[in-house]
Design a protein around this ligand. Structure first.
Ligand code: FES
Length: 126
């Protein structure tokens, strides 16, 4: 059941497509939807977003979200980098939550170095 992620704060709407589910932060980065981020790995909390609609279409809450968000989970907050959407949802955020944090500009990095970084296992000598 594909749908759209509505990034309410920036006004952007992104189709989920037929991939089944998409990571909310990754979708925001790819389509310049503006969700703030820093680590993209569940460590900093910069990608905190409020799910206004479609909570039932999101992946289960992860341990990193419990650790960082605590009671905010009950108020509908999630971390964009830890959340996958498999159906329509609407998210919003406080535009000032990234103030003072330099963003890594992952998209430019990926473009410069040919796509997402791969973490291939290299053989080790015993
Ligand atoms: S970007 Fe750091 S927790 Fe999501």
């Amino acid at each position: 059941m594909p749908g759209q992620i509505h990034f309410k704060t920036s006004g952007k709407r992104v189709d989920i497509g037929n991939d089944g589910e998409v990571n909310v932060l990754r979708s925001s980065i790819r389509h310049d939807a503006g969700l703030p981020y820093r680590c993209a790995g569940g460590l900093c909390g910069t990608c905190k977003m409020r799910v206004e609609e479609g909570r039932e279409n999101l992946s289960p809450i992860r341990k990193a979200e419990e650790r960082i968000l605590g009671d905010l989970l009950e108020q509908g907050y999630r971390l964009g980098c830890q959340t996958f959407a498999r159906g329509s949802c609407t998210v919003s955020w406080d535009p000032s939550q990234a103030k003072g944090k330099e963003l890594p500009k992952l998209r430019e990095f990926w473009e410069k170095y040919g796509g997402r970084p791969s973490f291939q296992q290299t053989s080790r000598k015993p």
